[in-house]
Design a protein around this ligand. Sequence first.
Ligand code: NAD
Length: 256
Amino acid sequence: MATGRNHRPATRSRGIPEATVARLPLYLRALTALSERSVPTVSSEELASAAGVNSAKLRKDFSYLGSYGTRGVGYDVEYLVYQISRELGLTQDWPVVIVGIGNLGAALANYGGFASRGFRVAALIDADPALSGRQVAGIEVRHVDELESIIDTNGVSIGVITTPGGAAQQVCDRLVAAGITSILNFAPTVLSVPDGVDVRKVDLSIELQILAFHEQRKAAEALAQDVPEPLAAEAAPSGPGRDQGPDGDIPAVMPA
Ligand SMILES: NC(=O)c1ccc[n+]([C@@H]2O[C@H](COP(=O)([O-])OP(=O)(O)OC[C@H]3O[C@@H](n4cnc5c(N)ncnc54)[C@H](O)[C@@H]3O)[C@@H](O)[C@H]2O)c1
């Protein structure tokens, strides 16, 4: 079984901090919306607001890309879309395999947003022989026995795991052994991978738990407004503002 870390250092080799990399897709989404409306330029304040990020942080992030905008004009939308896409590696086509074609895997296969963002679903893979040969989103489901040859033939480097939690590590190990170096994991399992393999985890229940925390805090604030001053100090939460994380500048809940 593969062992090792499942995260990368805070700064990537080209000197762009990991936190900046995490915000680039937010800028790209906001810029793509502007581009679709044929907006030629955008100020840092407008773009920061559209991306849900503080404008000083945005300017700092763009300085890592060598993009400083023009005073009084702002940033060229099309050029910034190109720059960020290039930085994120989206100017090339990325074949992706999805392993586990149940409810979630089939839903992801049917999601049209992958292709428009440079990700091509190269294969759908499942262990259930009854699914082999069936078409999902116009793609044939292949048996997991073929996993290694599919990855090799299609030059796949990104794998998506949507199997039950109990199968996820074994699937991960096979993907890595077959040459996959990036994994998007939807299964409720902490994956162990060797150095050089990136894992991103998506867990909607964790996002809901964070929202529940904020709901609870809002309810406490509302309660505090209804009680006399000395008691209110005890009831109100302390620390950074409601929309801010512990460091005071990163939103605790990333914009959807
Ligand atoms: N991250 C999230 O927000 C989120 C949301 C929903 C579901 N999930 C998780 O996603 C996973 C899939 O959920 P689902 O509802 O689609 O389940 P499902 O039971 O409908 O589908 C799972 C599929 O995986 C296949 N499978 C099982 N073992 C396999 C293996 N070793 N190799 C290849 N395929 C294998 C099964 O045959 C089945 O088709 C679960 O782990 C679930 O907890 C995560």
